[in-house]
Design a protein around this ligand. Structure first.
Ligand code: AMP
Length: 143
């Protein structure tokens, strides 16, 4: 299974946010959209970072309520691991496990065309395991 197949099912919508926005706004958007991370984009829609619930929890632990007023540039992760749409989900799973993160933005050149979350990966893996189980059941039943 490759990233392109997942995106054709879920669509390429990615919620983005500007780097000068404050943490409180990011919290509001994450809550409204029921998502765990926002891709931070700058000029011409280029990725400049990613901000996840985890970054916000860390900032709150360190700075208390004052964290809510900080611009995202102070709390986001700047070095973002991305992938292309021809990448396999096994590789994405490996990247998420190694890097201990749950979101991977998908790029076509410089253009942001989607995002794969750990939820997408788990859904795909469960479907794959179910198919394997059905195939084995059929095989045993007809052997
Ligand atoms: P997450 O598990 O995605 O909520 O993120 C955990 C930590 O990894 C946070 O500090 C995020 O900013 C960071 N992070 C999330 N996604 C990525 C990514 N694709 N590349 C690099 N860091 C990331």
């Amino acid at each position: 299974m490759i990233v392109k197949t997942i995106l054709s099912g879920k669509g390429g919508n990615v919620v983005t946010i500007e780097p000068t926005t404050d943490v409180a706004d990011a919290v509001r958007i994450l809550t409204e959209k029921h998502i765990g991370a926002l891709v931070v984009t700058g000029a011409e829609g280029r990725i400049v970072g990613i901000i996840s619930e985890r970054d916000i929890v860390r900032a709150l632990a360190k700075r208390g309520n004052a964290a809510l007023k900080l611009p995202l540039t102070e709390v986001m992760t700047r070095k973002v691991v991305t992938c292309g749409e021809d990448e396999t989900l096994s590789v994405i799973m490996e990247q998420m496990t190694q890097g201990k993160f749950r979101h991977v933005p998908v790029l076509d050149g410089d253009r942001l065309i989607g995002i794969i979350s750990i939820g997408d990966v788990v859904k795909w893996r469960l479907e794959e395991l179910q198919l394997e189980q059905n195939a084995l059941r059929d095989y045993i039943a007809t052997a």
